[in-house]
Design a protein around this ligand. Structure first.
Ligand code: NAD
Length: 364
């Protein structure tokens, strides 16, 4: 019998790897430090698989596997569409943030090291530059380490800036102008990225609404920017916005939310925003909503940490992040010409770059 259906209702990890085209998945376990981690390497055609480590209290191992596989695939496309010579990988640690310890990070660092640079890690949800510092004690294959250790620190400001640039491109497409003055923008999730994004939007003269499930994050944001308006997460879709910026977790664009959405543009930082790429990508077209592909406009952080590998230069990083504007517009045009939804068009262009470079690499 096929392993998919033998003992479980879920597809096996192998089935998922084959479906999404993964190269390797590494399961890491250490009882003493409490570490349970999954490192997913999607594609290394363009270079080492660089992607952050997410720490999350998954409700099942299957959820963690699926998250690692989906996120690592997104990293392959993110690096490829951004013109970086990097592959796609991502890791998840199944834990509650209260379980973080030096021992957990250093044990994890040893596992990363055992891959000899095939996977390079960085921050993600619930992980910080401080955590990377512990990992760096065990491996050199880590980025996003603090500036005082020669790294580039927290990538979130660069991610937020890229999202802001991509949002302006999407506004240009939908409203005919990139000017965000007076535009009503809903930022869902004011964590590391969301907080910086709010700053850019306030400076640009947008009317900013925020929501978060963490009261402390709301307070921090309101204290920093007095004129933002707080919306209850449950009543988010009762309000009409010009722009929705998903900056919490993935899959917030789904059947339920699309049926309630009253907005003209979606541009945010969260990875894997579309619950089902084709179904929901097409539904957004039917609703006339311009969607900026997540992995394209949230690439600022990857561009930043990736720059640590070839001698960090902040000016060059900012320059590369600003290229997100033209690239987003190009993809809107390509999607229209190819009669595809935007996420599909972005994936097609990313896959084309990987295939083109693979063909070059195979020649003498
Ligand atoms: P974060 O954990 O610092 O912030 C996420 C915020 O979302 C938190 O404040 C959390 O309370 C809030 N949140 C969670 N569920 C929510 C809900 N249902 N409704 C409203 N708020 C909710 O993470 P971050 O680093 O800011 O990243 C945000 C998203 O952007 C993630 O999906 C991440 O994968 C993605 N991303 C981050 C970076 C980066 O540089 N940090 C880069 C690329 C992509």
């Amino acid at each position: 019998m096929h392993p998919k259906t033998k003992n479980s209702m879920h597809p096996s990890t192998f089935d998922l790897m084959q479906e999404m085209g993964h190269e390797q998945v590494v399961f890491c376990n250490d009882k003493q430090s409490g570490l349970s981690a999954i490192i997913a390497i999607h594609n290394t055609t363009l270079g080492s698989a660089l992607g952050g480590t997410r720490l999350w209290h998954y409700s099942s191992h299957q959820d963690a596997v699926v998250d690692a596989l989906r996120l690592s695939r997104g990293m392959t496309y993110k690096a490829a569409i951004s013109g970086l010579n990097l592959g796609g990988g991502k890791a998840v640690i199944i834990a509650d943030p209260s379980m973080k310890s030096e021992a957990l990070w250093r044990r994890y660092g040893k596992f990363v090291n055992s891959l000899n640079g095939k996977y390079i890690t960085a921050e993600d949800v619930n992980t910080s530059a401080r955590d990377m510092e512990y990992i760096a004690l065990e491996t050199k294959h880590v980025t996003g380490v603090p500036e005082y250790m020669g790294g580039s620190g927290d990538p979130s400001p660069f991610t937020a800036y890229g999202v802001f640039i991509g949002m302006k491109a999407a506004a240009k497409k939908q409203f005919g102008s990139e000017d965000l003055t007076g535009k009503k923008v809903m930022v869902q999730g004011v964590g590391h990225v969301g907080q910086y994004l709010v700053g850019h939007l306030v400076n640009a003269g947008a009317k900013v609404y925020i929501t978060d499930i963490d009261a402390q994050k709301i307070k921090q944001t309101v204290d920093a920017h007095r004129n933002v308006e707080v919306i209850d997460a449950k009543g988010m879709w009762d309000v009409a916005f010009d722009i929705y910026a998903p900056c919490a977790l993935g899959a917030t664009i789904n059947d339920d939310s699309i049926s309630k959405m009253n907005c003209a543009v979606i541009a945010g930082a969260a990875n894997n925003q579309l619950a089902e790429e084709t179904i929901h990508g097409n539904k957004l077209i039917e609703k006339g909503i311009v969607y900026a592909p997540d992995f394209l406009i949230n690439a600022g952080g990857l561009i930043n940490v990736g720059a640590e590998l070839d001698g960090y230069n902040r000016e060059r990083v900012m320059n590369n992040v600003e290229k997100i504007f033209d690239r987003t517009l190009e993809i809107f045009n390509y999607a229209e010409a190819e009669k595809m939804h935007v996420q599909g068009a972005a994936i097609k262009l990313a896959e084309k770059r990987i295939a083109d470079i693979a063909a070059i690499k195979s020649r003498l």
